[in-house]
Design a protein around this ligand. Structure first.
Ligand SMILES: Nc1ncnc2c1ncn2[C@@H]1O[C@H](COP(=O)(O)OP(=O)(O)OP(=O)(O)O)[C@@H](O)[C@H]1O
Ligand SMILES: [Mg+2]
Length: 250
């Protein structure tokens, strides 16, 4: 069983049920989309899968093994990496150091971390940014650096929290190509949170839709695109015919 799995995960915050018995599985080499309106619980689920949030009920398993109570840095060493909705780079450090520090944090020697950082920047296609100070980058570049950093140590799973937010059509298309390579060439299982539904429909093998903390639909892209339930969640009405952000170019 090579997968990362949320098993009936619930999270309650002081009376608010942020997640209710959510099941979700990401397998090696697979791209799974996680969509849903603002406040649906998407980031909370990523927090649970990466050890930043302890579930109130339910469990997370990696390759069939329970991961309960493990801290984020231990899960990272076990191969579960993520990016954050706001980027969260080490803003005062050059791009290359952002990757190197992460490699060292994962237990690599400094020399090995530098070598992997250089190779990773090349692989992601951002080698020319190596000596730029991370905090001075436009946020679209910041996102790619965050992805490169998350790929240090070759994680088995990569969870991306809105990596395309604010990107132009071309930038989102480039990002889609990169995500395909992460799954296809690295064999990484990818969980993609994204508000650009067009991008998600084009890119993902499987999609899970959350609304108010519950899974309201799950299936292949065509099924999600045609789902009345999903349409209602986004539009709040039965008569609308299209999902909202169906942007092309993804
Ligand atoms: N630490 C917390 N304490 C209390 N409530 C929280 C906390 N984190 C999230 N919530 C609440 O849980 C719900 C789910 O939030 P979450 O951030 O997971 O949604 P989301 O789907 O990622 O939304 P968005 O699309 O805006 O990023 C929201 O109602 C949010 O206000
Ligand atoms: Mg969020």
């Amino acid at each position: 069983m090579s997968d990362l799995h949320a098993d009936k995960v619930s999270v309650a915050f002081a009376g608010l049920r942020a997640l209710s018995e959510v099941d979700l599985t990401v397998s090696s080499g697979q791209i799974v989309g996680l969509i849903g309106p603002n406040g649906a619980g998407k980031t909370t689920l990523v927090n649970v899968l990466t050890g930043f949030q302890t579930p109130t009920e339910g469990a997370v398993t990696l390759d069939g093994q329970r991961l309960s109570g493990l801290k984020p840095n231990l899960l990272r060493r076990r191969g579960i990496a993520r990016t954050f909705q706001g980027g969260r780079l080490f803003r005062d450090l050059p791009v290359i150091d952002n990757l190197e520090v992460t490699g060292v944090g994962l237990g690599q020697s400094r020399r090995a971390a530098i070598a992997e950082a250089e190779a990773m920047l090349e692989w992601v296609g951002i080698a020319p940014l190596a000596s730029r100070i991370a905090g001075t980058l436009p946020y679209t570049d910041e996102r790619r650096v965050a992805i490169g950093r998350a790929l240090m140590g070759r994680p088995k799973y990569l969870l991306l929290d809105e990596p395309a937010a604010g990107m132009s059509g071309q930038e989102a298309a480039d990002l889609s190509a990169l995500i395909r390579r992460i799954a296809g060439e690295m064999g990484c299982g990818v969980l993609l949170i994204e508000h650009n539904v067009g991008l998600v429909l084009n890119l993902c093998d499987h999609i899970v839709v959350l609304d108010s903390g519950a899974v309201i639909e799950t299936g292949p892209p065509a099924q999600i695109r045609d789902s009345e339930t999903v349409r209602h969640a986004y539009m709040g009405t039965a008569t609308d015919t299209d999902l909202p952000v169906l942007e092309v170019g993804a």
